[in-house]
Design a protein around this ligand. Sequence first.
Ligand code: HEM
Length: 412
Amino acid sequence: MATEALAAQRPLTPIDLSDNALYTENRWHAPFAELRRTAPLSYREDSPFGAYWSAVTYDLVQQIELDWQTWTSAWDKGNITIADGVGEIDFPNFIAQDPPIHTAQRKVISPAFAPSQMKTREEQVRARCAELLDGLPVGETFDWVERVSIPQTLGMLLILFDMPYDEWRDLKRWSDYASAVSADNLTDEFRAEFMEQMGQMLARFDRELEARRELPPTDDLLSRMVHSEAMGNMTPMERIANIALLIVGGNDTTRNSMSGLVEALDLYPDQLDLLHGDRALIPNAAQEIIRWQSPVTHMRRTATRDTELAGQRIREGEKMIMWYISANRDESVFPDSDRFDVTRENARRHLSFGHGIHRCVGARLAEIQIGTLIEEIVDRGWRIVPEGAPPRLPSPFLHGFTEMPVRIEKRR
Ligand code: HEM
């Protein structure tokens, strides 16, 4: 069938879901709810990122994730976000690869997150969290993102890399650059800045990687990389891309759940009371915040062949956006889905970590970090009160806050 005839049959997405304003103004709930009811799979012809399909229900997102042969993640066939990449620059990290490269490289990284490693990590996370919270100015206004969410998540990453904590500001800057790609900054100037920052990051990490090459293998992520076949001899661009993946993957995501936690407990104070009454609910509360806040708004795949999905004909090379933020609100799986409910029985079924072969490798560590933060807040008898509406991230990819001004009060 001719392209125009095919396009004419497609249910069209009435608004551009990649529009930053939906997220900065926190008005994404209604359009996604409407699409879940009326058009679970729809097509948008024009956006700053070009044409794209949108899958907005739980089942569709799962279905796409499981069929990686039809829906590629490969960076050279598209990208893993709605933006097609930083202009002409290749970014070959393992989240943006298909098997067999993906399988081999993931195998190098994933043992660092195995249950046997998590006991030690839990102790380290708790010590760091307690130290951070003890240093907060109770009763005064301060920025929760700057004082808690950022240092807590970057601190953990530096532990995973076995690098000094005082380098967290550099890591934050590189992470911000690596995740800053959006339609309106794909200028020559941005590309030059991006490469300059990535070059600095590579120089710093290459020193660490080379030092570890000379030493016997240890548990840290960089040592695992240099001593492996799949990641021991990567090109400079592969090294940049994979280090950036670990930094962005571990940082922006968990950071925004930690800020979203403050918002959720403020909007649903009864849920904080429940946690005080029953500490055993805390692990489920961590799952629920990751569902409710959905730190990664979407991931993208690209069709490797002409195919059919949900009754629609999709052409090879077309862009498919899996909107996790909507799948996590799918009422057929999560009743009363906008409500933050620490007793929700299936909270852990959320899709915030994705699904299938790319499901987040750091998921357990993220749950530990968020669960520990909730425990430490509950144990201190705190209520964290936001001061005004927090500014939200202008991004269709990462969902969260740029700042979260708060004041800590003691619960009565
Ligand atoms: C993959 C979300 C924390 C490292 C992913 C994916 C998502 C995600 C959506 C892609 C899944 C897919 O395409 O199917 C999150 C969320 C987090 C979090 C919501 C926190 C609440 C972390 C942490 C780390 C990490 C703490 C590491 C320190 C990674 C890596 C991948 C990944 C390396 C690539 C996995 C692969 O391609 O096989 N994450 N993540 N993430 N995440 Fe996370």
